[in-house]
Design a binder for this molecule. Structure first.
Ligand code: G3H
Ligand code: 13P
Ligand code: ZN
Length: 287
């Protein structure tokens, strides 16, 4: 069942657990995420990036997620979200397709430019009851730095600035940088929990932690207790899919030239990964 992301996040915040926002790119990853949520009885967010819209067709992938959610998991709350939209035009396109939740990522822009564009997008979206996530500070990506060589201070979310940003823009949720990074093995050894506490106290809206693919231990609980309501996971899905596929191709005797067997096996690997994550985030049994 398709529900609003705002509602999924509000329930998680109130219930003291977090949900996963999982990136899909195709038929297999979509079905894997939806089935994992169903088997775990967990609310879930399925998200699509600009690059995936280009790859799969925006309308095609949106309708695929919607159809799978309605057909395979009618009793499970599923939110569909545009991840890392970088321009007003891509937000407009997503809205036209039917997205009810979008992220505008102006985190690499000057603060004042991020603020004014986020504000413009919130005004555009709230008129249509669309949920908006923004990012302040910036979550780095693989390739931007060598392990141990990043100046984390340059990336971190400033709590006071975040408070002003939310007040000015009226954004619904905020992606924060507290030592998290996209891709595996890139984050700071310990997240800046003190900073997170301050952000949470000042902001009081759902906080989103991008780069959560390798957040699996006690760290997850520590940040949920300090206001993180949603973890974004993409790399772990890609790794599960590709590693399984490599293995299947190496042992091709088992699958021959049946594309469905090759990709079906990769889909199952993704499903197991998503189920594992859901358990860590504590949203199992919450649907
Ligand atoms: O944080 C976002 C994704 O991991 C990047 O994915 O290659 O689809 O833009 P993309
Ligand atoms: P990972 O690279 O850790 O999976 O992060 C994904 C993400 O933040 C998507 O927005
Ligand atoms: Zn991200």
């Amino acid at each position: 069942m398709i529900v609003s992301v705002k509602e999924i996040l509000a329930k998680a915040k109130e219930g003291g657990y977090a949900v996963g926002a999982f990136n899909t790119v195709n038929l297999e990853t979509t079905r894997a995420i939806i089935e994992a949520a169903k088997e775990m009885r967990s609310p879930v967010i399925v998200q699509i990036t600009e690059k995936t819209m280009e790859y799969a067709g925006g309308r095609g992938i949106f309708n695929l997620v919607k159809n799978d959610a309605e057909f395979y998991a009618p009793e499970i709350p599923v939110g569909i979200h545009l991840d890392h939209g970088h321009s007003f035009e891509i937000i407009e396109r997503a809205v036209e397709i039917g997205f009810k939740s979008v992220m505008y990522d102006g985190s690499r822009k000057k603060y004042t430019d991020n603020l004014s564009m986020t504000k413009k997008i919130v005004e555009f979206c709230h008129g249509k009851e669309i949920n908006v996530q923004a990012e302040l500070g910036s979550v780095p990506y693989l390739g931007e730095f060598e392990a141990g060589q990043i100046k984390w201070e340059d990336y971190m979310t400033d709590p006071e600035q975040a408070g002003n940003f939310i007040q000015e823009t009226k954004v619904d949720s905020l992606a924060i940088a507290i030592g998290n990074a996209h891709d595996f093995f890139k984050e700071r050894e310990t997240p800046d929990l003190e900073r997170l506490e301050k952000i949470n106290k000042i902001c009081n809206i759902p906080l989103i932690l991008h780069g959560a693919s390798d957040w699996e231990n006690g760290k997850v609980k520590e940040v949920i207790n300090r206001g993180v309501t949603c973890f974004n996971v993409d790399t772990a899905i890609r790794m599960a899919f590709i590693n399984n596929l490599i293995n299947s191709v190496k042992n091709q005797g088992n699958v021959g030239f049946d594309i469905r067997k090759l990709l079906g096996s990769a889909r199952e690997a993704v499903k197991e990964t998503v189920k594992r994550k859901i358990k860590f985030f504590g949203s199992d049994g919450k649907a």
